[in-house]
Design a binder for this molecule. Structure first.
Ligand code: ZN
Length: 223
């Protein structure tokens, strides 16, 4: 499976007292056309971490992706999201109108949230069996599916709560789970998508420094 798109790195560098985002550092600043040297440390580019991962390479994780299309192309911040859980081989278990699917492809550009703390080997050994047994119960038959109330979210959250109970931890409500785990990641993903699409269209994207007024004026001042 090709995933060059999800792997394209973004970088950020400083010039003209702005943050400039791009796929690579250009020879000249797109704002002032001056040649970009690496003379100043604060102008050195920083790479922006890609919030998407190939879900089939993630073990014991909660995954999110748009129901239709991909994050980078189609996601608009309000699109429906589909969620699932990976086993230890990267097979993605997810609940749909057709019952529980076990996908070996299709989640190559996902937001991933690991569900096991490092070192929980006992639980990891049992994970695939737990997930398979859980998915085989009558609760997740196709005819039980209800778009608003008994859906992919209910399936993953119920499973996560079974795991939390096994670990002796408190269960999570739907809102708590969404607020704590999902929203911060989708917010980060949305920012990245905005940058990515703008760079694709214009070659770069510019933002102001948050502390612009506190930085001393530059000698050259040609921007
Ligand atoms: Zn410049």
């Amino acid at each position: 499976m090709q995933c060059t798109e999800a792997g394209k790195a973004l970088i950020k560098f400083n010039h003209c007292k702005k943050y400039i985002y791009s796929f690579s550092v250009p020879q000249c600043c797109p704002l002032c056309q001056q040649v970009i040297g690496s003379r100043k440390l604060e102008e050195a580019p920083i790479s922006i971490s890609n919030p998407f991962t190939n879900g089939h390479q993630e073990k014991c994780s909660f995954l999110l992706r748009p129901t239709q299309g991909t994050f980078l192309r189609e996601y608009d911040g309000r699109s429906d999201l589909h969620v699932g859980i990976t086993n230890t081989n990267g097979v993605v278990y997810n609940y749909t109108t057709h019952g529980v699917r076990r996908d070996e492809a299709g989640w190559e550009e996902s937001v991933s949230i690991p569900l096991l703390q490092p070192g929980m080997y006992g639980l990891m050994d049992q994970w695939d069996k737990y997930l398979e047994d859980f998915s085989s119960t009558g609760a997740w038959l196709p005819q039980r599916y209800e778009e608003d109330r008994h859906n992919c979210y209910s399936y993953t959250l119920t499973f996560i709560n079974c795991i939390l109970t096994t670990e002796g931890k408190e269960q999570l409500g739907k809102e708590e789970f969404t607020e704590k785990y999902v929203v911060p990641r989708t917010r980060k993903a949305s920012k990245y998508i905005t940058l990515y699409r703008a760079i694709e269209e214009h070659g770069f994207y510019v933002t102001d420094h948050p502390d612009e007024e506190t930085s001393p004026p530059e000698g050259s001042g040609s921007c």
